[in-house]
Ligand binder design. Structure first.
Ligand code: FE2
Ligand code: FE2
Length: 171
């Protein structure tokens, strides 16, 4: 795997881990051992890490480069991936409203739908989109994309990214 794809792949792994932790957290909320209010921190992680740091790299760098190479991709799977990202934003807004309403049963259902859709999306990227990227670009081009990804994290705040990774890593 190239460095560029490896970076996105590792972000997917962390997002997957955060999803598992959130399912466990919501079970604790349902049995009364944790407060639903703590869900705000988790929403912040998905908005910040999954969307602002991760989806941003795909939307601003990888997908436009792939679309320039192949118009069929632009209208096909890339379009589908972008629509998924927009749906995830809407789903998080609904999840936030439900947290504010204090409705754990609806929250568990909404989060289960969000998690399933996000995991499906990640699987399509890992199994199809990233593989296409590695065949579309030369090693130099992929290196260039990698350095643009690093710039992206630097502009957003690398320390903040690392803190989020450590927090999820610790469980
Ligand atoms: Fe994506
Ligand atoms: Fe992704």
């Amino acid at each position: 795997m190239t460095k560029a794809i490896d970076l996105l792949f590792n972000e997917h792994e962390l997002i997957t881990k955060a999803i598992e932790q959130t399912h466990a957290f919501l079970s604790d909320v349902a049995n009364g051992s944790r407060s639903i209010e703590e869900m705000h921190n988790r929403i912040h992680f998905f908005r910040n890490y999954a969307d602002r740091y991760h989806h941003h790299k795909e939307e601003e760098i990888l997908f436009p480069e792939m679309s320039k190479r192949n118009e069929l991709l632009a209208d096909g799977v890339i379009q589908e991936m972008l629509e998924n990202h927009a749906d995830f934003r809407d789903m998080l807004a609904d999840i936030e409203s439900t947290v504010n309403a204090g409705d754990i049963q609806t929250l568990q259902k909404q989060f289960a739908n969000y998690a399933e859709a996000l995991l499906d999306h990640i699987a399509v990227e890992n199994d199809e989109v990233f593989h296409m990227a590695e065949t579309l670009f030369s090693e130099d081009e992929l290196d260039n994309i990698y350095y643009r990804f690093l710039d992206c994290d630097r502009e957003l705040d690398e320390d903040n990214k690392r803190e989020m990774e450590e927090a999820v890593g610790k469980g």
